[in-house]
Design a protein around this ligand. Structure first.
Ligand code: SAM
Length: 294
């Protein structure tokens, strides 16, 4: 730790000789602290500060600009929930794309569906991919799959070059700050619509329904302006502050709540199963109010 640059440690603090990382959500004034066993890696890319830490509670954790993104102990929850639901919503997806998600967790889940012929991951920051390959997920898990390709490019530019090609798109975006801010614009949602086939389905990480209400509301309303079917579903992600998180699915033809659950490849999943798919679309009244309010 002593060898790290001073600024690498600004999000970390010592308390009684223990090192902690603090995730501060300014808009909600929520602070979540994670005990760090060791800081395994740190580098600064042109886009963000990238760290891998080993933690007491979550195992290895990818931290971008001081914000925990995914961990080895519970990353399966996010990865399974962002990928399987849009894939089974479409009855026969062949071409699948992901924007963000350089850790390739959702891509690995998509590979379980043998009918899919092409899986492209578009990650702006090659350094995130390289760091995750070294410290989080061995690349042998996906590099050998001929259907898989990794594109290092801004998702906003990529999507404008791929009109009408994709059956399923997953927008595995981080918070609306830094390079991910553009992935929350109305223009981007329109590009997603145009990148999908006439039967296409897209899913978006849409924030915490507890303290990110405006992100969720804006995502839902923006998608309703474009897509005939828009549904938000919920998931519990222990790593994220307050734990409750949302994804919002937008579809041109198929309704996720009518998906054929027998297509779900849940033989070796750790979170998702058919009951979870059903239950995740059941929303509490306060979440319905967020979606319905202006
Ligand atoms: N799967 C995750 C989780 O559990 O929260 C983490 C998502 S995180 C890895 C989001 C990724 O989106 C980051 O690696 C970031 O570099 C990438 N990203 C941000 N803006 C982007 C853009 N405009 N185009 C493509 N990728 C982007």
């Amino acid at each position: 730790i002593a060898t790290l640059e001073e600024h690498a440690l600004k999000k970390y603090k010592w308390e009684d000789e223990e090192l902690w990382i603090s995730n501060y959500v300014a808009r909600a004034r929520i602070k979540t602290d994670y005990k760090v066993n060791s800081l395994l890696h740190h580098e600064v890319s042109p886009f963000q500060e990238i760290s891998i830490v080993d933690t007491k509670g979550f195992g290895r954790m990818l931290v971008l600009d001081g914000v925990p993104q995914v961990s080895s102990k519970e990353g399966f929850i996010y990865n399974e929930m962002i990928s399987h639901i849009p894939i089974i919503t479409h009855p026969d997806p062949k071409v699948v794309g992901m924007i963000g998600g350089g850790d390739c967790g959702p891509a690995r889940e998509a590979m379980k569906y043998s009918g899919i012929e092409k899986i492209s991951v578009v990650e702006i920051d090659q350094q995130v991919t390289d760091v995750c390959r070294t410290w989080l997920t061995p690349s042998s898990h996906y590099d050998s799959d001929k259907r898989f390709s990794m594109i290092h490019k801004d998702g906003v530019d990529w999507i404008q070059e791929n009109k009408g090609n994709y059956d399923v798109l997953m927008i595995d975006r981080s918070d609306p700050v830094g390079p991910a801010a553009k992935l929350f614009n109305q223009g981007f949602y329109k590009d997603v619509f145009e990148c999908l086939t006439d039967e296409g389905v897209a899913v978006f990480q849409s924030g915490s329904p507890f303290y990110n209400t405006s992100t969720l509301r804006k995502t839902y309303h923006s998608l309703c302006e474009l897509f005939p079917i828009v549904r938000t579903y919920l998931v519990t992600i222990p790593l994220f502050p307050c734990g409750l998180w949302s994804f919002t699915i937008a579809s041109k033809k198929f309704d996720p709540i009518e998906a054929d659950l027998s297509r779900l490849k849940a033989e070796d999943t750790k979170y998702i199963n058919s009951e979870i798919v059903y239950a995740s679309f059941v929303l509490p009244n306060y979440v319905k109010e967020i979606l319905e309010s202006n």
